[in-house]
Design a protein around this ligand. Structure first.
Ligand code: CA
Length: 231
């Protein structure tokens, strides 16, 4: 008792300097760290000893990061291990793909190791928090969301939202801090395989922000990727 349980993190990164930097900083922050260089090594490391979190570089020789992500998320034994992607600046399309495959978050290179450590902690913290139930009333400073009544109040005043606007807002507000791609938001509103364009999500967000007034800034744009409800 009294011993803080150490989280194990698997770092998958082919660049030696970055791998060492992450190993050093994560270890110093109290993680048990294992580090590998390739996708193949990552898959076998996860199978032999599942970590609590994976830091996954996307650009790897051989099996790349997205393929590693796809394999882990499609296997029930490994699907629940959170993945924090490490990406280059011009890899926004891959970030979107990764998030839709089930990765939890991403950090863009070049990064400060402090930011990576903070993100890793944030992912683990968010996963340990219970997700708000479908019908649970959500209270924020000036805003209240009543799922049962399909109502949003800002400063006590009822906001007139369309059904789609309400569902998008509610979907994000249930998981503050998580990044959602446009496609994931379309899914949330219309169910899977619905033919709604990415653009229509942007239009709905514009409408939502306008109607929410001051509370519109709860909805953050994550450039090139999607949206997130501010924590
Ligand atoms: Ca790389």
């Amino acid at each position: 008792m009294g011993n803080k349980m150490k989280n194990t993190v698997l770092v998958v990164e082919d660049e030696h300097d970055i791998r060492e930097l992450l190993e050093y900083n994560l270890t110093r922050d109290g993680f048990n760290v294992r580090a590998v260089e390739t996708g193949e090594q990552a898959l076998s490391a996860v199978t032999t000893m599942p970590p609590d979190l994976i830091l996954l570089d996307l650009m790897l020789p051989g099996i790349d990061g997205l393929q590693v992500c796809r394999r882990l998320k499609s296997d029930a034994a490994t699907a629940n291990i959170p993945i924090l992607m490490l990406t280059a600046k011009d890899e926004e399309t891959d970030v979107v793909t990764g998030l839709e495959l089930g990765a939890d978050d991403y950090v863009t290179k070049p990064f400060s190791p402090k930011v990576v450590v903070a993100r890793a902690r944030a992912v683990l913290r968010r996963l340990s928090e219970p997700v708000h139930g479908e019908d649970e009333v959500l209270n924020f400073d000036q805003m209240t969301i009543h799922p049962g009544r399909h109502e949003v109040l800002v400063d006590g005043k009822l906001i007139d939202l369309t059904n789609s606007e309400f569902r998008i807002l509610h979907h994000m507000a249930r998981r503050p801090g998580w990044v959602f791609t446009r496609y994931q938001l379309v899914d949330a509103v219309h169910g899977e395989k619905h033919a709604v364009s990415d653009r229509s999500v942007d239009v709905m967000i514009v409408g939502l922000r306008r109607k929410l007034n001051d509370c519109g800034n709860y909805i953050e744009t994550v450039r090139g990727v999607g949206y997130r409800f501010r924590t």
